[in-house]
Design a binder for this molecule. Structure first.
Ligand SMILES: [Zn+2]
Length: 56
């Protein structure tokens, strides 16, 4: 079984009837609200700021 990132719910209507939209990676279509969308990694979060409470 191949495991990959799969959205469990449509981000627009919340339905679970999601299917791959095309061969393009990360594209999905919701058969409930008939929307096609893509999941895209925008980037990584910056590391949290250093803990406050230094010498001041
Ligand atoms: Zn939907």
């Amino acid at each position: 079984m191949s495991e990959r990132a799969v959205p469990f719910h449509c981000p627009y209507c919340g339905d679970e009837d999601l299917r791959p939209h095309a061969a393009e990676h990360g594209t999905w279509e919701c058969h409930s609200c008939r929307r096609a969308f893509s999941l895209r990694l925008i980037g990584h979060l910056a590391p949290p700021p250093s803990a406050p409470g230094g010498t001041s």
